[in-house]
Design a protein around this ligand. Structure first.
Ligand code: MN
Length: 196
């Protein structure tokens, strides 16, 4: 994962590389989630950083070193950056190398997706489900609460599904499991693999 750096002390709202994700994530959700929720986290973080001693650091390092309000906003900027970046309306399929890695860790791609969806569906309250690599390259699926990110546990995040209600309520209402199973249609596996 590349370091996300501030420019003159300010983090920028990451641009989307697409205008639409079809029916999987509707345009209204995309507009609110990216243009309102994520923008608020970026703006809050930029207001809190001056005088914190964390100015100029990469976003990942701010997440590792902060607590409280700065951690919540920096974590949410990092989480959403990875989330929006990994989708595409016509995504790249999983490469043979990535498929082999998933099969060797989870038994099959289906077993991996089942565990990932199950951990997303059963996370109580707000948070994120993650696929990450540990220092030895072993892949793990974890649930993280609220703004948490696997970087705080020394893991390299590869893929994440946002299970905060704001991510799916306009399109799926209370059907979080349907939202999770639909997201596979737009995961760009070339982006995921590039984070290894
Ligand atoms: Mn979100």
């Amino acid at each position: 994962m590349k370091d996300i750096l501030p420019i003159e002390g300010q983090f920028a709202l990451p641009a989307l590389s697409y205008e639409s994700l079809g029916d999987v994530i509707g345009k209204e959700t995309l507009a609110f989630h990216h243009g309102k929720h994520l923008k608020a986290y970026v703006d809050n973080l930029n207001k809190m950083l001056p005088g914190s001693g964390l100015e100029g650091l990469a976003l990942q390092e701010v997440v590792r070193r902060s607590q409280g309000g700065i951690f919540n906003n920096a974590g949410q900027v990092l989480n959403h950056t990875l989330y929006f970046e990994q989708f595409a309306p016509t995504p790249h399929a999983m490469s043979e190398k990535m498929t082999a890695l998933i099969v060797s860790n989870f038994g099959s791609v289906e077993a991996f997706k089942k565990e990932f969806e199950q951990k997303g569906a059963t996370l109580f309250g707000s948070g994120w489900v993650w696929l990450s690599a540990d220092k030895d390259g072993k892949l793990v699926v974890t649930q993280q609460k609220n703004a948490d990110n696997p970087v705080t546990d020394g893991l390299t995040p590869l893929l994440t599904f946002d299970v905060w209600e704001h991510a799916y309520y306009l399109d799926y209402q209370n059907r979080r499991a349907d939202y999770l199973s639909a997201l596979w249609q737009i995961v760009d596996w070339q982006v995921v693999e590039s984070r290894l």
